[in-house]
Design a protein around this ligand. Sequence first.
Ligand SMILES: Nc1nc2c(ncn2[C@@H]2O[C@H](COP(=O)(O)OP(=O)(O)O)[C@@H](O)[C@H]2O)c(=O)[nH]1
Ligand SMILES: [Mg+2]
Length: 253
Amino acid sequence: MSRKKNLKGKGSSKSSIASPNKSSNNGKSGNGIGSVAPSNGVVYPSRPSVSSSGEFYDMAFKVMLVGDSGVGKTCLLVRFKDRAFLAGSFISTVGIDFRNKVLTIDMLKVKLQIWDTAGQERFRSVTHAYYRDAHALLLLYDVTNKASFDNIKAWLTEIHDYAQQDVVIMLLGNKADATHDRVVKREEGESLAKAFGVPFMETSAKSGLNVELAFTAVAKELKHRSIKEPDDPKFQLQDYVNKEMKTAGCCSS
Ligand SMILES: Nc1nc2c(ncn2[C@@H]2O[C@H](COP(=O)(O)OP(=O)(O)O)[C@@H](O)[C@H]2O)c(=O)[nH]1
Ligand SMILES: [Mg+2]
C-alpha cells in the first residue's frame, strides 16, 4: 500500500479548513460548530460559547466514526451520548447524523460534535468530504467479524488520502463483550495499531467498556494540541489510554 503521508499525528491541530465544509454534513442541518471558526478549524472563543443544548463550552471539535457497516458505530455513539444500548436491526439501517457532548477536560469545557456515517459505509461510499473536516476519527472494527478487521487497512488508506494530515486517529476493536463469538484477538488489534502508529483499545457499546475513555482520550489529545503551553509536557494518548483502560472480561462497565 502506498502511503503518502505519515498517519501519526504531527502534534499540531492546525488544519487547512478555513470554513466549515457544507457538503460534509450530507445535507443534514445543524452544524453547531463553526460560524466563528478561525483558520485552524477549532472553535476557541475568547469567552465560553453556548451549545444548542444550553451548555457552555470553551472549545469544540469534530469527531467522526468510521468503519464497516455493523461494527457498532451508531451504538457506540448512542452509548456515549445517552448511556444506552440499542440492540436490533433498526439502528443499523438508519444511523444518525451527529450528536454533541460537552466534556470537562482539565477544567475546560470541550464540546465534541460526533458524526455518524448514516449508513453510507455499507456501500463504501462515505463521501470524501466527510473526512475533510474531522479533527479526530474513531476507526472501528468488530472483534467478532474478521472482514471488518481486514478492512481496517483500506479505511486507513482512505483516511490517509482524504483526512487532514494531523487528524487524531484511534483504532477501536468493538463488541469486546462478545467473548464466545470473538475471532480477532486483542493482540492482533494491538499489533495492527502499532504498525500504523495509532492508539488502540477494545470497547463495547453493549457493556459500556472503555466507551467514555475513547472519547475522553481523543478530547484530551485535541485540547492539548490546541493549547500548547511552552513548558507543557506532550500528552501521550496511548500512555493515557493504557493507564485508564479496562480489559474485556475484567471490570466491564
Ligand atoms: N454484542 C455487541 N453487539 C453490538 C455492540 N455494538 C453494536 N452491536 C450490535 O451490532 C449491530 C450493528 O450495530 P450498529 O451500531 O448499527 O453498527 P454500525 O453499522 O457500525 O452503525 C447491532 O445489532 C448492535 O446491536 C457491542 O458492543 N456488543
Ligand atoms: Mg450505523
